[in-house]
Design a binder for this molecule. Structure first.
Ligand code: GLU
Length: 307
């Protein structure tokens, strides 16, 4: 396994242009930038725009404007995920060829109905770390000829990872080593140091969406490797997703970055910030006449360090 310490440090900030950046994004970007500069490394910007419906050019423009206002310079060229679909498709094809991925045809409503029916008779449907019901596993062994016919007819489908087969394949590659990562920040339950990955809690995660040959998990993992990212520094809300990313790294023979999950900037009523709340947008602070130094003071007040 590559040691992240032997390479020049590469940090990244990877927002999705599906809304205006909020204070939490400002914190993450400033922290990544500071860490990169302190390490004599690089700070990269990646635009995570595989959701071509919700992502908009005006939000991407706003990202550049906000980062510029924050005094952050980023390495060029900027990687825009929507320009790399064939790259993700190749990795997806490889997982399909190795029988680790299967086409999934159930609609959200069908999944909801199955969960409701199961729970109506007293069962407890497994939920992922984000508290969403895990995808049913019934299509794992669907006849490939039949599924191929449906795809040819144009039936909407996603591709999902067969978690059982993926774990088996990863264990073979790991040959006795455990699936873990080095965490220099902290998870929601205080996890730090060498953290054991538990991708099984996510069930059969999505690898490609009906409208794009990729998913958040697949693109983020492939791009961190393609961009030589050595340090992934991001919000604690993505801590558990790291288990899936580690699994994909092992399956696809990708290097393992170091991880630091940082605390979240919360709203005045203690809730997670959302892009739809314009009041906590970086733009709103700028329009109120605040400076980046004022933002730093706000973070310090919340105990959020910038180094
Ligand atoms: N694009 C993700 C988001 O905006 C962040 C991805 C990551 O940092 O791993 O939440």
């Amino acid at each position: 396994m590559d040691s992240p310490l032997s390479k020049p440090a590469v940090f990244r900030f990877a927002p999705s242009p599906n809304g205006l950046l909020h204070l939490g994004h400002a914190y993450s970007a400033m922290l990544n930038h500071n860490l990169a500069m302190a390490a004599g490394g690089r700070f990269l910007l990646r635009i995570e725009d595989i959701d071509t419906v919700r992502c908009r050019p005006e939000y991407e423009e706003a990202i550049y404007r906000d980062l510029h206002w924050l005094g952050i310079e980023w390495g060029r060229p900027v990687r825009r995920q929507s320009e790399h679909f064939p790259f993700y498709q190749r990795a997806l094809d490889e997982l399909i060829a190795r029988s680790l991925a299967y086409p999934a045809f159930l609609s959200r409503a069908e999944v909801r109905d199955r969960v409701a029916a199961f729970e109506a008779v007293g069962g407890t449907w497994p939920r992922d770390p984000d508290d969403a019901p895990c995808y049913p596993t019934e299509e794992r062994d669907l006849d490939r000829g039949l599924a191929g016919g449906w795809i040819a007819e144009g039936r909407q489908h996603a591709w999902r990872l067969d978690m059982d087969k993926a774990l088996e394949a990863a264990n073979e590659k790991l040959a006795g080593r455990s699936l873990d990562w080095s965490e220099t920040g902290m998870g929601p339950d205080g996890e730090t140091g060498l953290v054991s990955a538990q991708p099984e809690h996510w069930g059969d995660v999505i690898l490609s969406r009906p409208d794009a040959p990729s998913s958040y998990h697949l693109s983020v993992t492939l791009d961190d490797a393609a961009q030589g990212v050595t340090h992934v520094v991001r919000g604690r809300d993505l801590f558990h997703a790291t288990s899936v990313h580690r699994l994909l790294q092992v399956l696809l023979d990708l290097p393992q970055p170091q991880y630091r999950h940082h605390g979240l900037v919360l709203s005045a009523d203690g809730r997670k910030l959302s892009k739809s709340n314009q009041d906590t947008g970086i733009l709103a602070y700028r329009e109120k006449g605040l400076s980046p130094a004022d933002l730093r003071a706000l973070f310090a007040r919340d105990g959020l360090v910038l180094d």
